[in-house]
Write a protein that binds this ligand. Structure first.
Ligand code: NOJ
Length: 730
């Protein structure tokens, strides 16, 4: 009788199946699992022959034949299944392939860029968005997304700030968890879930000058307290893969760092998934000049802890020799292969290797998915100014001019990294505005000459001007030296403002821009990021009051490029404010250090207005002191004091007053979105315990140091309603 090999028996434990499979593999087959292959039109036969002979860890779905920019060819599910069939049916052991693709903020239904999603301060809704992204991507044969990007960014010149959650470790951690749970769910073997990848590990956002791929120098204390938390949150949420970054950090390339990958990530954080390099980041170790050649690159990256190599072939070409020469151990090979196989079993790929070609048409861009995209886009937009309650606008009885360089754009709605979103499914702002208020809106097209735009504006009662950046002005290696609006826009806005008509400026952008000049002349400003497929409809919803803005800034908005880096959670200095002591003031102020610009940002982290107003009162703590193993409850009453229903994000900040190392003046440690009717009140409570009050000290250990803490609750990072409590020694 022919018995099934143990690894093919789904009733056995994953560990047992992996062990059995590993024991049957040749060294070549093992090394093939450590390779992510790139099939291009010129190497298809070669790739297929390789898979037939050895199997392969993964195939990256990238390249000009596949990557769309709004209208190109969609992924061919039959083609993906054909590669899978070769692996499963024609290779000796039949190990299925992982198909990886950049599904960054949606697959076909595009959600706001991740920075915009972070501005919702609504992790539950963000989880829903990633659940949809997973459902759509899996229906097209993708079972692994290279997201979420968890790099903290304190420099808006850096184009990749668009792809992450901004400057704050706590907010980014909540978003990391939401994305991982959205992609992977509770059970990775669910066919509608896919593998997530936490990237780019680590400190990639710290690139000097905002220049992508550039060197970062980050002290270990800052690395652990600021850059690590989102990765820790992703690991705790069960993320199955992590991508090592391109850059060099503290003199060591991130893709060659044993300390970062093996000691910190796999050791301290107990990450049991596998690490993939970034695109060619293994072979680029040669360019970093820490190794002489690709053989050296393979040795360094692999022994450092990179389990799978993206696209380049240093592992495939050199690992066998490195094992035979004793420079790389077989144990390390088995460790890496075991990590990758475990994920493949967890995904249920051995039981269900093929994508179902009939599903996609019912799932992609379905009405239900569009509804979530519209809601999250509305929640992501931040109302920065609304003088005289100019917004919301009336839909009838007024003439509203719609103008500016962004009104007829589609790609700029979608933003960076939208390989599979379709332009023809993306309404323009002009179309959405006209649809929302056909009697009021007058289009003054973006290609009109500027003098004609002014003449058109003269005829209107209200002007809405759509400013900002193209989708290609942020994202990978799309950095800017100045965060001012693109050339000419400020002048045009100022010229329009001089007409003396009420002026609303809506900004589409992938980063915080310098709005100082716009803020001086516009009556209202709505910051819309790149809001996704339903972004234009969401903008119209907010401008016409179908919904009330509730987004909050996930990054500080500087007054000028020269203030960068600018973040609210800066460390106490010897000449700051807020000295120690029970009686010290609770106020929070930026110190003026430049002669030519105030020390504060134009808009602080956490800031965002509404069409209604909220007041906070009755801050209380349930006890004046706690032991390190206890939790303190901080409560506040929130009341909607305005005339419209609306949502507000209540934020809780903490300061450790005296510590063994210099600590931030305040740090976000909790937030809650509340939705209140006019006149309605609600008590909001935050719990603070060891997790929120501890930090990594100079000895690299996490510690909660007894002493005084300050706590504030408010609607942005300048919150002034606060009190103090003590943590006492047990
Ligand atoms: C390079 C980028 O840095 C990374 O974020 C992306 O996932 C890979 N390319 C694959 O496209």
């Amino acid at each position: 009788m022919h018995t099934l090999p143990l690894y093919k028996n789904p009733s056995l434990s994953i560990d047992r199946r992996v062990e059995d499979l590993l024991s049957r593999m040749t060294l070549e087959e093992k090394i093939a699992q450590l390779y992510q292959i790139w099939a291009r039109p010129d190497n298809i036969d070669e790739v297929k022959a390789f898979i037939r002979r050895y199997g392969v860890g993964s195939r990256i779905l990238a390249g000009s034949n596949l990557a769309g920019s709004g209208q190109e060819k969609a992924l061919e599910i039959e083609e993906i299944n054909e590669y899978q069939r070769i692996a499963v049916e024609e290779s000796r052991l039949g190990i299925p392939i992982l198909f990886g693709r950049d599904v960054i903020h949606g697959y076909r239904t595009i959600f706001p860029i991740p920075l915009g999603m972070a501005a919702t301060f609504d992790p539950e809704l963000v989880e829903q968005a990633y659940t949809i992204a997973a459902r759509e991507a899996s229906s097209a044969g993708v079972n692994w997304s290279f997201a979420p990007m968890l790099d903290i960014a304190r420099d808006p010149r850096w184009g990749r700030i668009a792809e992450g959650s901004g400057e704050d470790p706590y907010l980014a951690s909540q978003m990391a968890r939401a994305a991982v749970l959205g992609f992977q769910g509770k059970d990775l073997s669910d066919p509608e879930r896919i593998l997530a990848c936490a990237k780019h590990y680590i400190g990639y956002g710290g690139a000097e000058g905002g220049r992508d791929y550039n060197t970062a120098e980050i002290t270990d204390v800052t690395l652990r307290n600021i850059y690590l938390p989102p990765f820790k949150a992703a690991v705790e949420a069960g993320v199955g893969s992590v991508m090592s970054a391109f850059h060099d950090i503290n003199g060591e390339p991130a893709s060659g760092s044993h300390y970062l990958l093996t000691e910190l990530l796999k050791g301290e954080l107990k990450f049991t998934g596998f690490v993939i390099s970034d695109w060619a980041s293994v072979s680029e170790l040669v360019h970093h000049r820490v190794v002489e050649d690709e053989r050296g690159a393979a040795r360094l990256a692999f022994t450092a802890g990179v389990d799978m190599e993206m696209v380049t072939q240093t592992y495939v070409n050199h690992l066998k020799d490195l094992v035979e020469s004793g420079e790389v151990s077989l144990e390390r090979i088995d460790d890496a292969v075991q990590r990758i196989l475990t994920v493949k079993f967890r995904l249920g790929l051995f039981e269900h290797p093929y994508a179902d070609a009939t599903k996609a048409s019912q799932i992609l861009f379905s009405p239900g998915h569009q509804q979530v995209a519209r809601q999250i886009a509305r929640e992501s937009m931040v109302l920065l100014k609304n003088q005289g309650n100019l917004l919301p606008l009336k839909k009838t009885g007024v003439k509203i001019a719609v103008m500016g360089p962004l009104v007829n754009q589609r790609a700029a709605l979608l933003g960076s990294w939208t390989l599979d979103g379709l332009l023809h499914e993306t309404q323009t702002v002009a179309e959405a505005m006209q649809q929302a208020a056909p009697d009021a809106v007058r289009l003054a097209s973006s290609d009109a000459l500027q003098d004609e735009m002014l003449a058109e504006a003269m005829k209107a009662d209200v002007i809405t001007f759509f400013a900002g950046e193209s989708d290609g002005r942020s994202g990978e290696n799309h950095n800017v030296a100045s965060i001012d609006l693109p050339a000419g826009q400020e002048e045009l806005i100022e010229a329009i403002a001089r007409l003396g008509k009420p002026l609303v400026v809506v900004v589409l952008a992938g980063r915080p821009l310098n709005l100082s000049r716009v803020a001086r002349c516009a009556d209202a400003i709505l910051y819309a990021w790149h809001p996704g497929s339903l972004g234009a409809a969401a903008i119209a919803d907010l401008l016409f009051g179908e919904d009330v803005p509730s987004g909050k800034l996930p990054a500080s908005f500087p007054r000028t490029t020269g203030q960068i880096p600018m973040h609210y959670n800066f460390n106490s200095t010897g000449r700051s404010f807020n000295a120690v002591g029970e009686t010290s003031p609770l106020e929070y102020a930026y110190v003026d250090r430049y002669l030519d610009v105030p020390g504060s940002p134009l808009y602080p982290f956490g800031f965002g207005l509404s069409y209604t107003t909220f007041s906070l009162s009755d801050l209380s703590i349930d006890r004046p002191e706690i032991h390190p193993d206890e939790v303190i409850c901080v409560s506040v009453q929130v009341t909607n004091t305005g005339s419209r229903p609306g949502a507000e994000v209540i934020q809780c900040y903490v300061q450790d007053c005296v510590a063994s190392i210099t600590r931030p003046v305040r740090e976000l440690k909790g937030f809650t979105r509340v939705y209140l009717q006019p006149g309605e009140s609600q008590i909001v409570t935050f719990q603070l315990g060891a997790e929120e009050l501890s930090f990594y000290g100079a000895d690299r250990r996490r510690r909660l140091e007894p002493g005084m803490f300050k706590v504030w609750v408010g609607t942005d990072s300048t919150a002034s309603l606060g009190t103090t409590f003590r943590v006492i020694k047990s």
